[in-house]
Design a protein. Structure first.
Length: 128
């Protein structure tokens, strides 16, 4: 899926997403990433939704976003309440959605000037 962006923008914009990759500012990544409107694109050391831990989520709090969008891969999945405690204690809003929707939502919120962070897992499946 190609996403369209404002070519004048110097912000980190997700420009594509598909099986096994995510593209930011036309550069492809083949691993999960942490992205904010400004700054470096950071590898996220999580391969699958089942690998997510409270430590992975706590590591996102250091970026101090107002909202975290977690892209859970091909389908929307929800974390157990005990895993999201670091986000609740840090008073950071969060949403979990399939990664394709997370990419679109991140771009919209980023373009609105929000302090959003997206942590995106890749869809590595070969089935539709």
């Amino acid at each position: 899926m190609k996403l369209h962006s404002d070519p004048q923008s110097s912000l980190n914009t997700i420009t594509g997403y598909g099986i096994g990759y995510i593209e930011v500012n036309s550069k492809a990544y083949s691993h999960a990433i942490i992205i904010q409107p400004e700054g470096e694109i950071t590898p996220w050391p999580v391969n699958t939704f089942g690998d997510l831990s409270s430590e992975n989520l706590a590591s996102l709090c250091v970026f101090k976003p107002e909202l975290i969008i977690i892209g859970t891969g091909k389908k929307q999945q929800f974390l157990k309440p005990e895993l999201i405690k670091p986000l609740i204690f840090a008073k950071i809003g969060f949403e979990m959605m399939d990664s394709q929707a997370a990419c679109r939502t991140y771009n919209i919120l980023m373009n609105e000037g929000r302090q959003v962070l997206a942590a995106i897992l890749l869809d590595t499946s070969n089935s539709l």
